[in-house]
Design a protein around this ligand. Sequence first.
Ligand code: GLY
Length: 590
Amino acid sequence: MKAGLKNGIRLNLAAALMLLSANALGQDAADSVAPEIATGISSRQAVSAKDFMVATANPYATKAGHDALAAGGNAIDAMVAVQLVLGLVEPQSSGIGGGAFLVYFDNDEGLLTTFDGRETAPMAATPTLFQNVNGEPLKFFDAVVGGRSVGTPGTLKLLYDTHAAHGKLEWATLVQPAIDLAEQGFELSERLFKQLSADVDRLGLHEETSAHFLKDDGTPHPQGHLLANPAYAQTLKSIAAQGADAFYKGPIAQKIVDTVKNGNPNNPGLLSHEDLANYRIKERPPVCLSYRGYDVCGMGPPSSGALTVGQILGILEPFDMAAQKPGNPATWQLIGDASRLAFADRGRYMADSDFVPMPTEGLLDQAYLDERAHLIEPRAVLTPDQVKPGSPAWDHVMLLADDESLELPSTSHFAIVDADGNVVSMTTTIENGFGSRLMTSGFLLNNELTDFSFRTHRDGIPIANRVEPGKRPRSSMAPTIIMKDGKPYMAIGSPGGSRIIGFVAQAIIAHIDWGMNVQAAINMPHLVNRFGTYDLEKGSEAEKLAAPLEALGYKVNIRDLNSGLHAIHITDDGLTGGADPRREGTVMGN
Ligand code: GLY
């Protein structure tokens, strides 16, 4: 125990931090890289508008959302239009074959709420779904490619049910732009082309997938190719006429079940008609943490997003982050070790709380987070032994082992604010790029079930995020709405697997503590630490921190960090939006 705590005196963490930055590293060394890193990886400028705004990962989708808002639609209407177009033009990331989380502020009701459209494990699934006959975990892609990894999709039901409750424009009107684009074709983007090129072997395994994305010679259609999707148009026509039932029952459901069972004979899945027909979205209260007078709110379990972003911010709350320069390695010791501590709790406690009791409130209790903050030592990066899950307050005694699940980056995030002040922050996914690689009726089926732990137990102790029938796999998606004085202040989120959490936390710190506007906060080079190794964004000023962070004791890995942060900042004077220069996103507003 530290002397300060032993005597019952709170260690002055801000003072400790100043000591760290000034002495341990040398002030000159600390400052020498400070100015550059804040300038970011691009000079992309924020977009301003007065009344409404939409920020998505693709220009076609942004336009569809903007058109819905310009036609008098609200944020939920625009969400429907955006998602159905994303499923066509960015099919590798999200679509009606996947799942999504929506954080929604309804201005009429003054209510912030969340909707869980996460995929569920089929009722026939067992905890050993991702193990071989010897009880060993399957290799990741052996599990992913084929029907085994496909969970019951939730995205369309989320769109349909929230539109029925909150939408303004006719459902069919909102489906039409995606139908038109699927029939006319869209220009295949550079990003999609590169991702297709990197995945031809897996995409080629399934006939319908290959027929859509690849030429007869097995190579992808080139960038700029006008890619139509008549099967998707046909599916959307049924959905426009009959609503979500057209998907969850009848011929489309039949094709989904057939594809899961037979699409890849080496890896069949378990999804049934009953799983589809019984799928329900769940409205859940938002999970919020207070950070410097802002309420940072997002999606609770089965997502670990809001809890882990909240824990990182809560651990940093006692530190004077505003006084720290973003180019100072000491700043990143704080953020990195806060993040590692939060990820330790995530691995132990976070899963679908409808199946596994969770200390949700205890994990965000500020007294608990202050205790965790006290573990961070000036001058000494936490050793792996020191990064253990904590003991949050809990009315439930339960022994759990640490999770292991591999989440690779895919997914998409968009933000919408309408003229009536309603706000949508939605992160949407089919999990891995191109999901299970199985396509049916013009859309790709997810591989979300591989977000479960492949192991069920460790040393005889159960893992919270193990597979169970009807359970939703733990997610890292962190669609966020920041509230200030009871009003929405910012909508933000990102794709990126479990690095989503670091991307979102960093952007919030960059905005709140370092005063960057949303675009500058998004542009900022990424530094992400989850499990000890510091990931630094390749080709960015963050690389300059490699040597100082290694000197502090971190292992460093320089790599691509392809976030897809999209955000809208709401002020009394209007809206400011940002789109991630690492992807193809745009912002439009009026
Ligand atoms: N599959 C990405 C996530 O849910 O975090």
